[in-house]
Write a protein that binds this ligand. Structure first.
Ligand SMILES: NC(=O)c1ccc[n+]([C@@H]2O[C@H](COP(=O)([O-])OP(=O)(O)OC[C@H]3O[C@@H](n4cnc5c(N)ncnc54)[C@H](OP(=O)(O)O)[C@@H]3O)[C@@H](O)[C@H]2O)c1
Length: 285
């Protein structure tokens, strides 16, 4: 029997799309996340569902057994990579996983303080074959991290000034991940993934206002105000700090460059921001 492709974080924004895209291309998937019932609800019989917890080694054997290739990601709240992620990377290596496609960040070379840098370095140190998908900001942040402020206050609260962002749709990342897991030739490669347009947050707010039929405004706090307010709204300190750091890099233009990797690797033009807002309209009601 051919070995399944393992998708870690299969219930996440990107993981879900990775599963869907592998299945659509005829691949066999083992979907791993904390809640097996939710995995079954979402994917039915189409996947093998396993419970996996980065911090519970008793879940590792069933997760990694018989796997050669896997999609790997870091849940946003995990910041201690050595303690909370290294054990699962070691277990994967021991079980015979050879190729890891890791969900990383664009510009990681200049943002070595972020946890993804430590994951990339660790995977290399244990001699995994790697493909790093270094992604720009997800469009889906606007229906997850920023959902509440948009829904309840009709505002987008990010500290990025006039800078533009080359947002990417998580569905495009899923498609690239599927290609790099199913086809040969991607081991050792790093791909900088962005959408095809760069927008500032006034443009984001304007497109959302037009499609959603109500006025969404961009509030442009300074980074310190953003950090304090984000924590006051309930985000843990370390998570709020990483967010502030990333948005501050954006403020200095780091998220502006556009690449053509999505189209080159999948043969399809990236999803536009306008299309994303239309497709996710229900998430904002
Ligand atoms: N957002 C962006 O703009 C952006 C851009 C580039 C890179 N990234 C990176 O992308 C990653 C996030 O991807 P995403 O948005 O797809 O993630 P996500 O939607 O937050 O999904 C994370 C998944 O991991 C699960 N999980 C949480 N704790 C776990 C544990 N201990 N063991 C196993 N699974 C666990 C979560 O389950 P629960 O929901 O039950 O907790 C969830 O299903 C982060 O590393 C982020 O830095 C993000």
């Amino acid at each position: 029997m051919s070995s399944p492709i393992l998708v870690i974080g299969a219930l996440g924004n990107v993981g879900t799309e990775v599963v869907r895209q592998i299945l659509a291309r005829g691949g066999k998937v083992r979907a791993a996340d904390m809640d097996v019932n939710k995995l079954r609800e979402r994917f039915g019989e189409a996947v093998e569902a396993v419970r996996f917890d980065f911090t519970d080694p008793s879940t590792f054997d069933e997760t990694f057994k018989g796997v050669k290739r896997m999609f790997y990601m870091r849940p946003p709240h995990i910041t201690n990579i050595q303690r909370d992620m290294a054990p699962s990377m070691d277990a994967a290596k021991r079980a015979g996983v050879t190729h890891v496609v890791f969900l990383s960040l664009i510009g990681i070379e200049n943002t070595t303080y972020v946890p993804h840098y430590k994951v990339e370095t660790y995977l290399k140190a244990i001699n995994m074959q790697t493909t790093f998908l270094r992604c720009s900001f997800f469009m889906q942040n606007l229906n997850t991290t920023h959902r509440r402020e948009i829904k309840e206050r009709n505002e987008i609260f990010v500290p990025v000034g006039k800078a533009k962002t080359a947002f990417i749709d998580a569905r495009d990342i899923g498609a690239v991940a599927a290609v790099t897991l199913l086809e040969d030739g991607h081991a050792g490669m790093n791909y900088d993934l962005t959408g095809s347009q760069r927008l500032d947050y006034w443009e984001v707010a304007s497109i959302m206002s037009e499609i959603l039929g109500r006025r969404i405004t961009y509030r442009n706090p300074n980074p310190l105000h953003f950090l304090i307010e984000t924590m006051r709204r309930g985000t843990p300190f370390m998570f709020a700090l990483v967010m502030t750091g990333l948005y501050t890099s954006t403020r200095f233009g780091m998220a502006e460059p556009i690449t053509d990797e999505v189209e080159r690797l999948t043969g399809i033009s990236p999803i536009t921001f306008r299309q994303y807002v239309t497709d996710y309209e229900d998430a904002r009601k």
